[in-house]
Unconditional design. Structure first.
Length: 204
């Protein structure tokens, strides 16, 4: 069986996947967290190594054991990838899960713990969102300020500060932050949310 084309296709897919992971983590590069950035790419890179080695492994297989060898190799690669992916930023994943479940106070406590160990702007921004959602706009504003101070180009931090400012009645400053979201590092989803928030402020 010629594995060149399926192997090449899988590597292209992994490259695209790695590109999007890198885009989501580029804020780490801006603050000099290169090790943390590379650590988040390790699951994708390790899977790529396994996929690239597949043709060489299968060349050693015989007609009788071709299926089992392929199954064991790919199964081992999948298990290792999952294990390594879960090992990347488990505390951050736990905090994010708490936020998505609506457990905002728990999420805030987890992000505060993360900040004591790694004071990254992304954690301050997430803390701001958690505090704002839990009804503490003053704390949210302070956390968002710390995030923006550490990384002025972090669009989500501007969005979170705008939310806190709006809750405190400072609509002019909130509007300015929302407009700046479009000039910073922000995803399409974030820009759409900022546009909706701007529209809401205008109506209010």
């Amino acid at each position: 069986m010629n594995l060149f084309y399926p192997t090449s296709g899988a590597l292209v897919i992994l490259a695209i996947f790695g590109f999007f992971i890198g885009r989501q983590s580029r804020d780490l590069l801006r603050v000099g967290e290169y090790r943390e950035f590379l650590w988040r790419l390790i699951p994708t890179l390790s899977t790529a190594v396994f996929i690239a080695g597949l043709p060489f492994i299968m060349e050693q297989a015989t007609f009788d054991n071709y299926g089992p060898v392929l199954f064991v190799y790919l199964g081992g690669a999948a298990v290792l990838t999952v294990v390594m992916a879960r090992a990347v930023a488990p505390d951050e994943r736990q905090a994010g899960m708490a936020f998505r479940k609506g457990e905002y106070e728990k999420a805030a406590a987890l992000y505060e713990d993360l900040i004591t160990r790694r004071p990254l702007p992304r954690y301050y921004s997430a803390l701001a969102a958690s505090l704002d959602a839990s009804g503490n706009p003053y704390g949210a504003l302070e956390a968002a300020e710390q995030a923006i101070k550490g990384d002025p180009k972090l669009g989500i931090a501007l969005y979170n500060r705008a939310s806190a400012l709006a809750a405190l009645g400072e609509k002019s400053r909130a509007r300015s932050d929302l407009q700046n979201v479009f000039r910073t590092d922000s995803s399409r989803v974030l820009r759409r949310a900022a546009a909706e928030a701007l529209e809401s402020l205008e109506k209010g």
